[in-house]
Design a protein around this ligand. Structure first.
Ligand code: DSN
Length: 442
């Protein structure tokens, strides 16, 4: 007996992934080994608790798997403590809040519109509902120049004024390196815990091409499926500095995950995380992460040469953020996302730091190179892809997001219809597909 309805969708998704080029910077292709372990018999098990301290029997193999995953995480990121049970990044970040802040305490994080994450204290997230959240932004001037975009004087002013218990450093849409030391000076001055959310750059840190926050922060959280190229999941790490500040910090993190926030860990996910950590420790992963950055720079340069405006004046990591307002008008990210999707270049509309439109109709697009680099693409392919992006954007110049909200839906569906019948879109689609098929996915 086979559920053909879902099976057909699985096959369709496989085809979509093979024939298109994935440029969403938070996505990647896990190895076949990771996917096999993810669907192994560990999927059947319950194991509330921690290794050797479980509430169910039959956990001798699960214990070994989790201990190996913890050990590999500690070695890869050079930390004395790791919890590998978070279901994903959002529960991991909420667990850090639970472990370090009493309800209602103050925390600080980068605002969503400036590239921060919902779980760094946005008002609609539990981290902004159950805690008093103070959000910092980026520099007001020079956001399109290559310079550190964080305004440390302003972040320090906010920290001194609000005395947060916890400060987040990290983002989902920041194209440059972080100066973790400068954040640490501020957190140390006000006695706050400093947590680095490295979800986006974990693979780059593991591969040695992005600075590690570990010497400077108390806690590190990361998802495991982005640049780290594992299964969906997350980890919380405590550094030596963190244990010095609070020797019970590891225990507090463990308690916050279980029983504070979660029930039984997903043991199949833990096993697949262990595999991903093994893979990230191989010499080939260093080459992979170095190539991600080279590719991102090549893509950024192609787009800038084509006249596009990039936040941070380019890319120093795996992603780039393009402000389309000057070429396509405010709120035009949706046109670019939809048209690029039609040609098989998948990326997402995104707010830009000086955004004047809403997060649903933002003025930017965000893209990145972790997934295409996994397929073996290099600078030459990035220049080609950049060229295709520019061609698509050229086709969008006669469209503008209606200022009246009630007109938008109809305008966008007319736009989609026109685009899908456009012969130029069909031509570019074929060219992208031809390239994609030359680079198989794992
Ligand atoms: N969804 C992730 C991203 O795309 O960055 C963050 O949670």
């Amino acid at each position: 007996m086979k559920d053909t309805q879902i099976y057909e969708l699985v096959k369709k998704e496989e085809k979509r992934q093979k024939e298109g080029i994935e440029l969403i910077p938070s996505e990647n292709y896990a190895s076949e080994h990771v996917r096999k372990v993810l669907s192994s018999y560990f999927v059947n098990k319950y194991s509330e608790g921690y290794p050797k301290k479980r509430y169910y029997g039959g956990n001798e193999n699960v214990d070994s798997v989790e201990l190996i995953a913890i050990d590999r995480a500690k070695k890869l990121f050079k930390v004395p403590f790791a919890n590998v049970q978070p279901y994903s990044g959002s529960p991991a970040n909420l667990a850090v809040c639970l472990a370090t802040c009493e309800p209602g305490a103050t925390l600080m994080g980068l605002a969503l519109t400036a590239g921060g994450h919902l779980t760094h204290g946005h008002t609609v997230s539990a981290t902004g509902i159950y805690y008093k959240s103070v959000q910092y932004g980026l520099k007001k001037e020079g956001v399109y120049k290559k310079q550190d975009l964080f305004d440390y004087a302003e972040i320090r002013r906010l920290a001194v004024e609000n005395r947060p218990k916890l400060i987040w450093v990290g983002a989902t849409a920041y194209p440059l390196r972080y100066d973790y030391k400068k954040f640490a000076e501020i957190a140390d001055e006000v006695g706050a815990f400093l947590a680095a959310d490295i979800a986006h750059v974990a693979g780059l840190i593991a591969g040695g091409v992005h600075p590690s926050p570990v010497p400077h922060v108390h806690i590190v959280t990361t998802t495991t499926h982005k640049t780290l190229r594992g299964p969906r999941g997350a980890m919380i790490l405590v550094t030596a500095k963190g244990l010095k500040k609070d020797p019970e910090l590891g225990d507090k993190i463990n308690k916050a995950i279980f029983p504070g926030l979660q029930g039984g860990p997903h043991d199949n996910q833990t096993a697949a995380i262990a595999v991903a950590l093994y893979e990230a420790n191989q010499p080939s992963f260093k080459k992979y992460s170095a190539q991600i950055v080279k590719n991102s720079k090549a893509l950024a340069e192609t787009l800038m040469k084509g006249g596009l405006k990039l936040v941070g004046g380019g890319s120093e990591n795996h992603l780039l953020l393009v402000n389309l307002a000057s070429v396509l008008g405010v709120g035009s990210g949706i046109f670019a996302q939809k048209a690029l999707d039609m040609v098989g270049l998948t990326m997402n509309k995104n707010t830009v730091p000086d955004e004047t439109a809403s997060p649903f109709y933002p003025s930017g697009i965000r893209m990145g190179t972790p997934a295409s680099t996994t397929r073996g693409m290099k600078e030459k392919e990035m220049k080609f892809i950049g060229g295709k992006i520019l061609e698509v954007i050229e086709l969008l110049k006669r469209y503008r997001l209606p200022t009246k909200k009630e007109e938008r839906k109809e305008y966008i569906s007319r736009f989609e219809k026109e685009m899908s019948g456009n012969p130029e879109i069909k031509r570019i689609r074929n060219e992208v597909k031809k390239l994609a098929l030359r680079f198989p996915i794992p």
